[in-house]
Design a protein around this ligand. Structure first.
Ligand SMILES: Nc1ccn([C@H]2C[C@H](O)[C@@H](COP(=O)(O)OP(=O)(O)OP(=O)(O)O)O2)c(=O)n1
Length: 185
């Protein structure tokens, strides 16, 4: 079980981070992810109307920093496990189970809340940081699982996205959440 998040997690406000790269170094500058912000630091995402239809905007206003890359994460985790002689425990099956356990911890944070709005406007800074930790645990184990299975994850993602585009042509599925198998043509 997770510890009390107030005890173990930071109290960062809802900051997105922009990065600038100079000589390969990431310079990070916290900025508010949107112009509208709540008193508790949570961002409110604005949803502009386009052609009378409500369109999603957060992905345009929130973005990740460029680093660390997935390869950086793989290398840092490899160093972490090497330093502890933990490679002996980190076989694919164990990593899979560890990752699924962490997914369960993410689920716990959403449990019983009902639907949660994008940007998590009603979450405390401590809850958000707790979520950041648990999502990171999932990613760390996912990256190491891919490494131990010799799956080049960044390239695999590109290939899978190409497959997704073929399976779900925008012109065909626009506005529909149906599974590709539900189309009759
Ligand atoms: N054998 C292990 C144990 C931990 N970790 C690393 C990867 C994860 O990012 C994190 C997981 O640590 P915990 O198992 O302590 O899980 P939590 O951090 O989620 O703690 P809690 O379950 O108390 O929330 O530490 C690891 O690589 N190998």
């Amino acid at each position: 079980m997770a510890m009390n998040s107030d005890e173990v997690h930071g109290l960062n406000g809802d900051m997105s981070v922009q990065s600038t790269h100079t000589n390969g170094n990431a310079l990070t500058t916290p900025v508010k992810s949107d112009s509208a912000c709540c008193a508790n630091g949570d961002a409110v995402f604005q949803t502009p109307k386009q052609n009378g239809t409500s369109r999603r905007s957060p992905t345009k206003t929130f973005s990740f920093t460029a680093e660390p890359t997935i390869e950086d994460i793989r290398r840092m985790q490899a160093e972490f496990t090497d330093e502890r002689d933990w490679n002996q425990f980190h076989q694919p099956r164990n990593l899979l189970l560890a990752m699924v356990g962490e997914v369960g911890e993410v689920s716990e944070l959403f449990q019983w809340r009902g639907e949660v709005a994008e940007g998590l406007p009603n979450w405390t800074a401590s809850e958000r940081e707790h979520l950041a930790h648990e999502l990171s645990d999932v990613l760390i184990y996912l990256v190491e699982l891919a490494e131990k299975c010799h799956i080049d994850l960044p390239q695999a993602v590109l290939r899978k996205m190409a497959v997704n585009r073929l399976k779900y042509p925008a012109s065909k599925v626009h506005g529909s959440a149906k599974k590709y198998t539900e189309y009759n043509d």
